[in-house]
Every structure is written in C-alpha cells, then in structure tokens.
Design a protein around this ligand. Structure first.
Ligand code: FES
Ligand code: FES
Length: 181
C-alpha cells in the first residue's frame, strides 16, 4: 500500500505462507503489519517498523517499560497480540511530540529532569499522558495510582510525580518548585 509503513515477516527461517495483514493507525499514520503469528507481541511489531521508543523490559507485562496507548488507554505492548490491534489507534512516544514541539508531559519531564537512565521514561510519559487525558488535574495519590505499574529502578519517582503535576499546570517556576495550592 503506497505511503503506508509496512512490516514484513522478519524470520526467513519460518514458513510465511500463512502470513496475515493487520492494518492500524500508529501515531496518526496508516500502518500495515504483515505477521506470520497473530500472537506476535505488538512491541516487536512496533520495533519492526522502526518505533523503538517503547522499551523491552520484563516481557511479561510486569514492568511498564513497553507502555503505549491503544485508543487512549495504556497497555503493555509486550503482551498485546498483534491480531488484537487491527483497526485501532496506537500512540507511541514517537507520536507524542518532537524536539521542536514537545508534548506538555515531555517538557515537564525535561524541566524536572525526571529521568536518570531513561529506560522507564517513555512508558512513564505515556501512562501519565493517559492519566492527564481523563484527569487533567490529578492529585499526587491519583498520579501514584496511575503510575504504580510502571517501575523505575533508578528511583526517580519524586521527580516523575512532580513532572506530572507540572504538566497538569500544578507546578510552575524552577525545577523542584513546590506544587501550587
Ligand atoms: S516489557 Fe512489557 S511490561 Fe515489562
Ligand atoms: S530512570 Fe532509570 S529506570 Fe527510571
């Protein structure tokens, strides 16, 4: 399909005669993914079309580093089968914003320096994005609840919470400023 992003079977050792085509929208673009396995994790399909922002962590749906949004809901892409995303809208960190025009959550993470190694960061930002869509001014407890399934081994949780507060307009001024009101 002209203009579409296409991911073909990347395993020549395997028989691809039963390959299926899955069409969805990724970051606003029509995408066609050809896969020999309907259970192929979405995470690998995304990486197959060059979207490597969602990270591989546990591969078991337990750490949140692979978080993307499907129809605005955060999911663990490592345990979502490709067959389940046909005709759905997927948002990855590559679709959040650009260096020239970052999303509010990206700007807030930068302002609060809310990353150390950065491995958890894209998943954290997408989980936070979903929270802010449904709860524009979340409390600290609501932020903790929304991000509870996203693990950070570097222990940057305090800055991440403040970044989400900042993205929601509840922190202004210099890095480390106290939440408003
Ligand atoms: S890699 Fe998907 S939840 Fe850990
Ligand atoms: S910043 Fe390293 S895991 Fe979170």
């Amino acid at each position: 399909m002209t203009g579409d992003i296409v991911n073909r079977c990347a395993s020549p050792a395997l028989e691809c005669s039963s390959m299926s085509i899955y069409r969805c929208r990724v970051n606003g673009k029509a995408v066609q993914i050809d896969s020999w396995d309907p259970q192929q994790p979405l995470l690998y399909a995304l990486r197959g079309i060059g979207l490597t922002g969602a990270k591989i962590g546990c591969g078991l749906g337990q750490c949140g580093t692979c978080t993307v949004l499907i129809e605005d809901e955060p999911v663990r892409a490592c345990v979502v089968p490709i067959e389940s995303v046909a005709r759905k809208a997927i948002l990855t960190v590559e679709g959040l914003g650009t260096p020239q025009k970052p999303d509010a959550i990206q700007s807030a993470f930068i302002a609060e320096q809310a990353a150390q190694c950065g491995y958890c960061t894209t998943g954290m930002m997408l989980a936070a994005k979903a929270l802010l869509r449904r709860t524009p001014r979340p409390t600290i407890d609501q932020i903790k609840d929304a991000l509870a399934g996203n693990l950070c081994r570097c222990g940057v949780h305090g800055r991440i919470i403040r970044a989400v507060l900042r993205a929601s307009g509840q922190v202004r001024g210099a890095r480390g400023a106290k939440p408003l009101g």
